[in-house]
Design a binder for this molecule. Structure first.
Ligand SMILES: [Zn+2]
Length: 116
């Protein structure tokens, strides 16, 4: 499962960050998973929950933000959210588009807690 290896490498970063900040606990993790990022949020959640057991992230809350698939038209500059994933400008029908959102797979925020 692709999501498992994503979460595995995410945990490496999380634990590195916690150590760098002398944190005793990781209380929250926020990630962005675009609609076309190639990862299923539900599977990431499941993998996260099984990975965190027995780690300092045991009680961490995972928040997943899902940026909608958004394109910008190179012809008219219009920005469109395409929930149907059709590569066409909604204003002028041009297909000369640039993807603005939807490909994200980003670790956005880590909440850490230190004792004392
Ligand atoms: Zn356009």
């Amino acid at each position: 499962m692709h999501e498992l290896s994503l979460v595995a490498s995410m945990f490496e970063t999380l634990l590195d960050q916690a150590q760098a900040h002398n944190a005793k606990r990781i209380t929250g993790v926020k990630i962005q998973v675009g609609a076309l990022a190639g990862a299923v949020p539900e599977l990431l959640e499941t993998a996260f929950d099984s990975y965190k057991k027995g780690t300092i992230a045991e009680n961490a809350v995972l928040t997943i933000v899902k940026p909608p698939f958004t394109v910008r038209c190179r012809a008219c500059g219009n920005e469109t959210i395409r929930n149907d994933f059709v590569m066409a400008c909604s204003a002028c029908d041009s297909t000369d588009l640039e993807i603005v959102h939807g490909m994200e797979l980003i670790l956005e925020k880590i909440e850490l807690e230190t004792d004392d």
